[in-house]
Design a binder for this molecule. Structure first.
Ligand code: SF4
Length: 329
């Protein structure tokens, strides 16, 4: 039975608003709830399109429960509780943004004994090797677009790209398995989404950096560990900065718009948007236990799944202000 009559127990409707707690975030999109223990307005989600992104769709496809914790309740793992791979990825992104646009230096909780020597060695090597960037016009480029579809659900897709030029965008990744990021099939969801969102983009540059896999020895100081990694990068730069060309000093690989099946991707977004609204009506955010362990890393929401409790030591709620792009009272 479809629960089209889904209603929230906290709802307080007024003449001008569906609820006094409701935060509008854009036409046709399910907005947020001001109450502290909530994030997305569940009543709105039952009828309006969710805001989607490439990573939200990945979460949805992996496990509905994971999507629910992350995108409906808005929980994210605290920086200091992230796995080493996630920590290094965040630190790398933050430092690249700092250098590209002189943004704020990453906060101290992003630096730790395991991730910093690796990231620092890469940055030092990039400077010595004189690694160049293509001509970039925007850093942390945000695009939001409502898809025009002939159905009743019109998912709104939001993306924050690492950087963009006039007719291209650039993705810079620090990863364990670079070859996954040169596989067109694997890339369709993310790269195809950015092509969908901006018709001026003709191509993308995937700049993939191999994560240093060395381990710190028992008797090794962090500075010695960093130096060992640095020397290895200098001795074989193309192993780390994939596709590094000693003449141009550029690295990465180009992918063109026409290489991706964008019609199929649009159809996928349409269906995922509809499935999420339907899941809210049916209360169907069920777990997928087969997806808990992926690429050698346990799902960060497992403690909630196991205990049913959300520990404030492990999780924080995403900022409603930045999600809604407005001040939330
Ligand atoms: S731990 Fe497993 S079941 Fe729970 S949210 Fe993560 S992937 Fe889903």
């Amino acid at each position: 039975m479809v629960r089209s009559d889904y209603s929230c127990e906290y709802r307080r409707a007024t003449d001008s608003s569906p609820c006094v707690h409701y935060i509008r975030i854009g036409s046709g999109q399910a907005g947020l709830c001001k109450l502290p223990h909530t994030f997305v307005c569940k009543e709105a989600l039952a009828t309006l399109a969710p805001r989607l992104s490439h990573s939200a769709c990945q979460d949805w496809r992996r496990c509905r429960r994971r999507y629910y914790y992350s995108h409906v309740l808005g929980y994210k793992i605290r920086e200091e509780e992230k796995s080493l791979a996630l920590k290094m990825g965040s630190l790398w992104d933050a430092i690249c943004n700092y250098y590209l646009e002189h943004r704020v230096w990453p906060s101290s909780d992003m630096f730790d004994r395991a991730s910093f020597p690796r990231v620092s060695a890469l940055l030092r090597a990039a400077a010595v090797l004189d690694v160049q960037m293509p001509l970039i016009e925007h850093v942390q480029y945000t695009i939001e677009k409502q898809l025009e579809l002939p159905e009743t659900t019109f998912p709104v897709i939001k993306a924050v790209l690492d950087a963009a030029g006039t007719d291209f965008f650039l993705e810079n990744k620090l990863v364990t398995r670079p070859k996954d990021y040169f596989d067109k099939f694997n890339l369709t969801s993310q790269v195809g989404t950015y092509f969908l969102l901006n018709e001026d983009f003709e191509y993308c540059i995937m700049q993939v950096v191999q994560k240093p896999e060395q381990r710190c020895r028992k008797d090794e100081q962090p500075e010695e560990f960093e130096e060992r990694i640095y020397q290895d990068i200098i001795s074989r730069p193309a192993h780390y900065f994939i596709g590094f060309d000693r003449k141009t000093r550029l690295f990465g690989r180009k992918f063109h718009r026409k290489e991706f099946d964008l019609a199929a991707l649009l159809w996928t977004y349409e269906n995922i948007g509809r499935e999420i609204s339907s899941a809210q009506r049916y209360d169907a955010f069920y777990p997928n236990y087969g997806a808990c362990f992926q690429y050698g890393v346990m799902c960060e929401y497992r403690p909630i799944c196991e205990t049913g409790a959300v520990s404030p030591d492990l999780y924080v709620q995403r900022s409603k202000e930045s999600y809604a792009d407005q001040t939330v009272e």
